[in-house]
Ligand binder design. Structure first.
Ligand code: WTA
Length: 636
């Protein structure tokens, strides 16, 4: 029985049992049989969730790019590794073979070295979805530099916060980016961010939009001339299993974003293994994940997981609605996509449009459909299943997180029977637990609780960059000796899991995690604002949208409220990015507070969701009368 490739439900149950009964043997065999190592490990797993400290394959040495690229050259040199589909459908797609990818990654790695980047240095990558993004990620990994990709929709302030948190030495960016009919001035955003970033020594600029930009003498360099001069061979840097591979930021419920640190060997083994099984990838498949590499989904399932399996992975530069809502399906038909992985918010947006956009294209190449990022509602699931999969392609509803590095709970297509809205069963090696409010595990089925993981898995984040204490407090303190996910879940009669959503102050808007505290901080920076509270409310397409309750400093504020709303959203756009804009802003004279001064968000959430029939106990409030005022003026 091959443990690496699960085929069938019985086999899944057997493999799962082995992975729980003998986790070390299980992962050791996979690591031995499917990867190249410079040196084998001394021990498979060491762990202590109280510290918390976890190591996988300690003592081993390797380079992940040898496994992503070099290992395939002999057998797959001419196979397409990355298939780049540009924003403009009239521009040709680019097929980058494994041989070409090797050369381009090596040349890029040599440029990084020439610029003084060494093993352990942090490099910030702020690029659109163009091949240079994947190539620069791999080039960093080749020389042991730690990449920190920042999604190119983040604002200058958000970018500088992330650069400074990790003291990055370099930024890799482009002149601009194409998104549908828009051109975005990325370099301008970088310039603004870098006013605040003393650690940055150099900036590499890829040419994409030919926008007229400023180049700062001595700091900024056009990428292409440097690549043209660079040698196309670059030896790997030999890395220890637990050397950091990358940092990726995710929102917390409070404070600064958290720089999740992923290390080399465990991440490699787990991202490869889950890619193979969750997408049932076969040699000639053409796999497409529509995420951006700025998110964990893009790291694990556009770059690393697929390339580790010698797959063809599609990178799409544009947006679903350009030039029209048929664009995704046109790409599926054109490249004969076999696996298609997207977010529920995209599915809901596509489902609103005329079916003609779907029916114009031949989607018969599709074998597996996937979703990720937020709970998928039943209606969207059925639309996807009926119209895209034509009821022939299993849908994998994959639950996981930036922190988990890889997919944790998901059906295995053609093995696990699917049920809409259920992520179904844990993947091999994953031991979920549901916990009650007293910190006790809830056993048995047909139960609901807070979702924890009770045993380490290879690709778990090892720490928060520069703040191990926060890592411990956020993930290992709510429940003794458990990793706490921040999500609620239920387990049905058959043992299937359904994720019910966040149980903390993180709100998922269009699949993006947003912490309420940083948005409130941004709103409070507007000179007219005294205080604010932000909650989520259900939204047809975005899943959740943001509702802000704002107290103004002067009750007699004379400015027009609509202008103020625009200004507040402008501050949010500058501080965080347009994804965090508020859909609704209600001005109020007070916020419901407990006697200890905490805002009762539960009440605000209910009002924003038009659910005021049962507000629960408001008697403990300092100012119960304000609730009436808020309900009366609610924007619903
Ligand atoms: C949510 C994305 C329900 C969840 C890979 C999690 C989901 C957060 C699902 C992590 C799913 C992700 N069903 N909820 N299939 N997938 N989530 O870090 O709340 O961007 O904690 O990682 O998204 O988001 P992140």
């Amino acid at each position: 029985m091959s443990k690496y490739h699960i085929q069938g439900l019985e086999e899944y149950f057997q493999v799962y049992r082995t992975s729980v009964d003998h986790p070390e043997k299980f992962w050791e065999q996979i690591a031995d049989e499917h990867f190249s190592w410079q040196k084998r490990w001394d021990s498979v797993l060491n762990w202590d969730f109280t510290k918390p400290e976890v190591t996988w394959f300690a003592g081993a040495q390797l380079n992940i790019t040898e496994n992503c690229i070099d290992r395939h050259l002999a057998t797959r040199g001419d196979k397409t590794a990355i298939l780049f589909e540009p924003n403009d459908p009239n521009d040709p797609a680019e097929h980058i073979t494994y041989t070409q990818l090797h050369k381009r990654v090596c040349a890029f790695a040599n440029v990084l070295k020439d610029q003084g980047i060494q093993k352990g240095d942090r490099v910030c990558i702020y690029l659109p979805m163009i091949p240079e993004l994947a190539i620069s990620v791999l080039a960093c990994a080749r020389i042991g530099a730690i990449h920190s990709v920042v999604f190119a929709g983040f604002s200058a302030t958000a970018l500088s916060t992330r650069i400074n948190d990790a003291s990055c030495k370099m930024v890799i960016t482009s002149d601009g980016s194409f998104r549908g009919s828009k051109t975005i001035d990325l370099k301008g955003i970088v310039d603004e961010a870098l006013d605040q970033c003393p650690s940055i020594q150099s900036v590499l600029v890829a040419r994409r939009t030919h926008t007229d930009i400023q180049m700062k003498e001595g700091r900024d360099h056009w990428l292409q001339p440097l690549l043209d001069k660079a040698a196309t061979d670059c030896p790997i840097e030999v890395m220890d299993a637990e050397d950091p591979l990358f940092i990726l930021y995710t929102s917390g419920s409070t404070g600064q974003p958290k720089g999740m640190v992923h290390t080399t060997a465990g991440y490699m083994v787990y991202s490869a293994y889950t890619f193979k099984n969750v997408f049932q990838y076969q040699e000639d498949d053409v796999y497409w994940c529509t995420a951006d590499i700025g998110w964990i989904t893009g790291h694990s399932y556009i770059v690393y997981g697929p390339l580790l399996n010698g797959a063809t992975t599609v990178m799409y530069e544009g947006v679903p609605a350009y030039p029209d809502w048929g664009r995704f399906w046109q790409i599926v038909a054109q490249h004969k996509i076999t696996q298609f992985y997207t977010a529920p918010t995209a599915i809901r947006a596509l489902a609103k449009e005329n079916l003609d956009f779907v029916e114009a294209y031949d989607l018969s190449s599709l074998k597996v459909l996937g979703t990720v990022g937020e709970p998928i509602n039943e209606e969207a699931w059925h639309w996807y299943n009926d119209n895209i999969g034509k009821k022939q392609s299993p849908i994998v509803d994959t639950w996981w997180q930036t922190e988990t590095g890889g997919i944790m709970i998901s059906p295995i297509p053609f093995a696990t029977p699917t049920i809409p809205t259920f992520a179904t069963l844990p993947l091999p090696g994953i031991q979920p637990a549901l916990m009650d409010e007293h910190g006790k595990e809830i056993h048995g089925n047909q139960v609901e609780g807070r979702l924890c993981i009770k045993f380490p898995w290879p690709s778990m984040a090892r720490t928060i960059w520069g703040n191990h204490q926060r890592y411990k407090e956020t993930y290992f303190s709510a429940f003794a000796k458990m990793y706490f996910t921040g999500d609620g879940a239920l387990r049905d009669a058959t043992g299937y899991y359904r994720i019910t959503g966040r149980v903390d102050d993180v709100i998922i808007v269009s699949g993006h995690n947003l912490g309420t505290a940083p948005i409130e901080d941004a709103v409070n920076e507007h000179p007219a604002v005294a205080e604010s509270a932000i909650v989520g409310f259900p939204h047809d397409i975005k899943g959740n949208a943001l509702y802000g309750y704002v107290i103004l400093k002067e009750t007699g504020e004379t400015r027009n409220h609509n202008n103020l709303r625009k200004e507040i959203n402008q501050v949010i756009t500058e501080k965080i990015g347009p994804i965090a804009k508020l859909d609704k802003i209600q001005f109020t004279t007070g916020l419901p507070k407990t006697r200890s001064g905490k805002i009762m968000r539960r009440i605000l959430r209910k009002i924003a969701s038009k659910d005021t029939s049962n507000l629960g106990d408001t008697s403990t409030l300092l100012n119960p009368e304000v609730v009436e005022e808020i309900i009366e003026n609610a924007l619903v």
